[in-house]
Design a protein around this ligand. Sequence first.
Ligand SMILES: NC(=O)c1ccc[n+]([C@@H]2O[C@H](COP(=O)([O-])OP(=O)(O)OC[C@H]3O[C@@H](n4cnc5c(N)ncnc54)[C@H](O)[C@@H]3O)[C@@H](O)[C@H]2O)c1
Ligand SMILES: [Zn+2]
Length: 238
Amino acid sequence: MKSAISVGAEDRVFVLTGAGISAESGLPTFRASDGLWAGHAIEDVCTPEAWERNPGLVWEFYSERRKQGATAQPNPAHVALAELEKQLGERFFLCTQNVDDLHERAGSVRLVHMHGELAKARCEWECGRPAIDDHAIYASLSEVGRCPCGGRLRPHIVFFGEIPLEMDRIQQEIQKATLMMVVGTSGSVYPAANFVHWARQGGARTVYVGPEPPLNASAFTHVVEGKAGEVLPGLFVF
Ligand SMILES: NC(=O)c1ccc[n+]([C@@H]2O[C@H](COP(=O)([O-])OP(=O)(O)OC[C@H]3O[C@@H](n4cnc5c(N)ncnc54)[C@H](O)[C@@H]3O)[C@@H](O)[C@H]2O)c1
Ligand SMILES: [Zn+2]
């Protein structure tokens, strides 16, 4: 029998998504291949040290991700969350660890990208200027522009070891939530892996959706095993 999650008139839903929700759109997750992301060791392409050592390689890697992201399409899981937001309005909030834009393209609006966005760049010196739209596919570092302050533009991505974005807003939204849905994340990257604990402390129901239990599975009141694109459409009953 298909699982059902009831959403009442008083519920406030906080959704956390990870790489797994984009897997059915053809974007590889990263634990799928022994901690490599698309064939690269994380420490070579997504750490502050990698940026210091070889910014050209970092841009090459994220240019490749941009190319791949541009051809991917939202899948039924992204669409189901956009539809849930339409039903709930202000009582819905989406936090994604993904850097692709498939949630926006499916119609989600109340969302934050806690680990940054592929289609943006910002100053490497954190001079205070906001991130800018940047869809370029860079063939070499010499093509990468500079900030007016002189710093080089870097991907608007939270590298491993850096502090995630929008944490104040995320914490506020988790405090208000009565239902936390976590979709397609291995529960190994912090602080995101702690969100379920914060929600439990506030008394929320906590539901995980994915083909295998995450590392923090015991913190969930309910685990629905299956692919996000098959489970999410029709999961919510009102
Ligand atoms: N699309 C992207 O933007 C993308 C892709 C890879 C990695 N990343 C980055 O790397 C980090 C990876 O951590 P993570 O925990 O998100 O991913 P992860 O790669 O560590 O784990 C992926 C999880 O998705 C699950 N999964 C696989 N197929 C699924 C499906 N069809 N439906 C639902 N779940 C499925 C797996 O069981 C696994 O638990 C993130 O912080 C993210 O920023 C982003
Ligand atoms: Zn600058």
